[in-house]
Design a protein around this ligand. Structure first.
Ligand SMILES: [Zn+2]
Length: 149
């Protein structure tokens, strides 16, 4: 990991050091640009997290980031309005189900975003593909979100 990184490596995403460093580079770009941040940062974090389920990555984290994708991509919630809802969800639920990740080869990853000319379009396309791949778990994610009703 590069020194001076703004995002501490929590160690629980199931990611290689190389992949994590690409993520921090992409996230750094978003942090330094208000438009990128507002439009897609939440999508980037959520898509990256659920693409790195497994290993030591807790079910709670996977579930919450899936809920983030559901709010933005299915329900049209503005990305900047998602974090407080996910915080509310985190305190409303105590029993987090294990949602089995899709057994597929990902078509796109954070590496595609890192090299894209149009950052916003790349994040939207990547995150939509990730959520689509997780669609067998959509009903269970929707069930979790009922805790916010
Ligand atoms: Zn990775």
């Amino acid at each position: 990991m590069p020194a001076g990184n703004a995002i501490p490596y929590t160690g629980y995403f199931n990611a290689s050091a190389e992949c994590w460093s690409v993520f921090t580079e992409v996230a750094g770009r978003e942090f330094s640009n208000a438009i990128l941040f507002g439009q897609v940062h939440q999508l980037s974090v959520d898509a990256y997290a659920v693409q790195h389920a497994g290993g030591r990555h807790p079910d709670k984290s996977v579930d919450i980031h899936l809920a983030g994708l559901c709010l933005i991509l299915d329900r049209g919630v503005a990305p900047t309005a998602v974090a407080p809802r996910l915080q509310a969800l985190a305190s409303a639920i105590s029993d987090w189900p294990h949602l089995e990740p899709p057994a597929i080869a990902w078509r796109q990853t954070i590496f595609d975003v890192a090299v894209a000319d149009d950052h916003i379009a790349a994040v939207r396309e990547w995150s939509a593909g990730v959520w689509e791949a997780w669609s067998p778990q959509r009903d269970r994610v929707t069930a979790l979100l009922r805790a916010l009703d």
